[in-house]
Write a protein that binds this ligand. Structure first.
Ligand SMILES: *[C@@H]1O[C@H](CO)[C@@H](O)[C@H](O)[C@H]1NC(C)=O
Ligand SMILES: *[C@@H]1O[C@H](CO)[C@@H](O)[C@H](O)[C@H]1NC(C)=O
Ligand SMILES: *[C@@H]1O[C@H](CO)[C@@H](O)[C@H](O)[C@H]1NC(C)=O
Length: 654
């Protein structure tokens, strides 16, 4: 957010013309590039002030500070130079030097500027009490006073009061993007996303209207545009901040695509030019598709002098999610000084317990249990509060907030519960997992994640009837959009139906899936669709595990047709398991396969060979050092291997 000091650098005779020209960024850019190339020394006063101005406008504040430093020495009588010098240092983050330079401004005409500058420095040094003392020395009618008090209130988590200050500053200053952004940020903190989005919308609309040259939205539309650079103009539009906030809100609302679009809508810059918040958000929002780059960006950020505080917790959690527990432990150990400052007690306890799982699972189980106990207490309290708010019904906001707090706490609870259950899931002690879930019924009964995992654990224990009663409502809920349900859930439900002799239900569900996939193929003939295929593969696997390989393998083979649409990494995984099991039993002479079946298998593997050149056989972990050798991680390669095994095994059997 912006802490307001809104002084503009201007310089006598150049101001009028240059300011107009600089709005087309290229002038400043050109001047700076030329200056860097020519490196003339000493420069005349005119050249220095032009260059200082340009450096400032392309946000190269150290460069600007150097120019203004020379100017203050050449012309100590010009007060503006001293102001610009101090301000450039401050913008460059050289707070100690900036403070020193600010003392040279203690003249009657610059006193207020000095106070504002010193307040800003203290603010960014996170010395908020000192910043407040300074701000209080400003005349109360100064709009910077109001704006800055708003920022300090925000820091104190008094978001409503802060919002009022920003709004009243806006009444005087008019529609300044930085103020709109600060207001949006307050609403975001208050979980009033609709209001926040309204102010963000205004910033964006204005940015597009007044600065078409900033190429808003073009990247999302797939148009290749060149960087607009980190100019002062870009900074003043608050577009980068607004789009980042929009991404955060969409992410909170679980609209990942919307969040990603917000980031690509942002005025384009090269990766080296990105600010730390944008870099962090890019990493986080593209973690599923680009995990290696995401890890790289987050780890890079941690090495920087400043980074968004959430970077630390997010990197740790993501390492754990991808089961890089050693890396997480290293980061935690190397940055022990940050844990207290940057992790909430909940995050710390959770990470600590997760890492303990690797060495002392029993102890980890106890740690999770402690957390769950504390959270259950809190949830009970919050539930009471929600009821109370509903009864007194003073205002909608109070009730909304109480509900939101309850939901947030419940979400955290589920995360801890699942981590605890996973200890036993990994040991395939499903009875214990079921027990853990049973204990949490009071809190979780309505929660989809909980119900889904209960269904899985029942399924794993062959309790098919009970599993159906948990899978069914999940599938019914999305019945009109059945492909939104994950394929494994549909497959497990079908298998449960078949085993409990409810073949009708299984067939109906499969017809429904087939119909939706046909619709997709109709709309987009080249799109790969996997749901029905996976359901059939799982059913085929079921028959194979029961020893009925003739039927099982035929089903597997059929399910992958047509190959151009059905052969994918996931489907190959299911298919190859059946073939490996078959080969194992054939090699042990436990079963023999009819000659025609062997021919069918070989034909199938040859088809996979043909269509599988571009299909990875496994999804590699993002940070793995020893990559699978090029060319080996393809379905083609593995299909050939399996074919060779078939020849070997059948020639033995002959
Ligand atoms: C904050 O600034 C004041 C005034 O400069 C200084 O005395 C104090 O030590 C600072 N506090 C911290 C925590 O740095
Ligand atoms: C389900 O998928 C459709 C399109 O496939 C999408 O528009 C919709 O938002 C999804 N719904 C949910 C609840 O995920
Ligand atoms: C085939 O091998 C699997 C191991 O892959 C084994 O569990 C199974 O019992 C065997 N099937 C038959 C019919 O013997």
């Amino acid at each position: 957010y912006h802490f307001g000091i809104m002084m503009t650098i201007k310089d006598g005779e150049y101001t009028a013309t240059i300011y107009k020209l600089v709005r087309t960024r290229s002038l400043c850019d050109g001047v700076v590039r030329l200056a860097r190339k020519l490196d003339i020394n000493p420069l005349s006063r005119a050249a220095l002030s032009l260059l200082g101005f340009c450096y400032y406008h392309v946000q190269d504040f150290s460069g600007a500070a150097e120019c203004y430093e020379q100017l203050t020495q050449l012309h100590p009588e010009v007060e503006d130079y001293r102001v610009y010098y101090a301000q450039s240092l401050y913008k460059a983050g050289a707070y100690a030097e900036a403070t020193k330079a600010s003392f040279a401004l203690d003249t009657p005409s610059s006193h207020t500027k000095m106070i504002k500058l010193q307040a800003s420095i203290k603010y960014f040094e996170e010395n908020h009490s000192a910043a407040k003392c300074l701000v209080e020395q400003l005349p109360p009618e100064d709009t910077d006073y109001v704006h800055n008090m708003g920022c300090l209130l925000y820091q104190d988590a008094k978001y409503e009061d802060a919002c009022k200050k920003f709004t009243s500053a806006m009444q005087v200053l008019g529609d300044v993007p930085a103020l709109s952004y600060n207001i949006a940020l307050c609403y975001y903190r208050l979980c009033n996303y609709a209001q926040a989005l309204k102010y963000i919308g205004e910033i964006i609309e204005r940015g597009i209207r007044e600065h078409p040259e900033l190429s808003v939205g073009l990247t999302t539309e797939g148009i290749d545009v060149r960087s607009v650079g980190n100019t002062l103009v870009l900074h003043q539009t608050a577009l980068v901040e607004a789009f980042n906030l929009k991404a955060a809100i969409e992410y909170q609302l679980k609209n990942l695509k919307g969040a990603q679009d917000a980031l690509t809508d942002m005025p384009p810059r090269t990766e080296e030019e990105l600010d730390t918040v944008t870099l962090h958000n890019q990493a986080l929002l593209n973690m599923d598709s680009k995990p290696s780059q995401g890890f790289e960006k987050l780890a890079f950020l941690l090495q920087q002098p400043s980074f968004p505080p959430v970077t630390f917790g997010n990197l740790l959690l993501l390492y754990c999610k991808h089961e890089y527990f050693d890396l997480a432990a290293d980061v935690l150990a190397e940055n022990a000084h940050l844990t207290y400052k940057l992790l909430s007690p909940y995050e710390y306890e959770f990470l600590d317990a997760l890492l303990t799982c690797q060495t002392a699972p029993e102890e980890a189980f106890r740690k999770f249990d402690d957390m769950i106990g504390k959270m259950t207490e809190k949830l009970r309290k919050l539930a009471k509060q929600v009821l109370q708010e509903a009864k007194t019904a003073r205002d909608d906001d109070g009730q909304k907030k109480a509900l939101q707090e309850y939901d947030t706490m419940q979400e955290k609870y589920i995360v801890v519960l699942m981590a605890q259950a996973k200890i036993y899931w990994n040991r395939e002690n499903f009875a214990m997992v079921e027990k853990i879930f049973h204990k949490s019924m009071e809190v979780c009964n309505e929660d989809d994640t909980w119900r889904l995992n209960v269904a899985h654990v029942l399924f794993m224990q062959n309790k098919y009837k009970e599993a159906i009663s948990f899978y069914e409502p999940i599938v019914k809920k999305h019945y009109n959009n059945i492909l939104n349900v994950s394929a494994v859930v549909l497959a497990n439900l079908c298998v449960s139906y078949i085993i409990t002799s409810q073949n009708e239900e299984a067939e109906e569900l499969m017809r429904k899936i087939e119909k939706e996939e046909e619709q997709i193929s109709y709309d987009d003939p080249d799109k790969k669709v996997f749901h029905l295929c996976i359901v059939n593969l799982v059913i085929g696997t079921l028959y194979c595990t029961k020893g009925n390989y003739d039927f099982g393998i035929s089903r597997v083979i059929k399910s992958l047709e047509p190959y151009n649409k059905k052969l994918g990494t996931d489907t190959w995984f299911y298919a190859k398991r059946c073939f490996l099991s078959l080969l194992e039993n054939m090699s042990k002479h436990i079963i023999t396969l009819k000659g025609v079946m062997v021919q069918e298998c070989i034909q199938f593997l040859e088809n996979c060979e043909e269509y599988g050149r571009e299909v990875p056989a496994i999804i590699e972990q993002p940070l793995e050092e020893s990559r699978v050798q090029m060319g080996k991680n393809t379905v083609t390669y593995e299909a050939r291997l399996l074919k060779a095994l078939f020849y070997k095994v059948t020639s033995w059997n002959e």
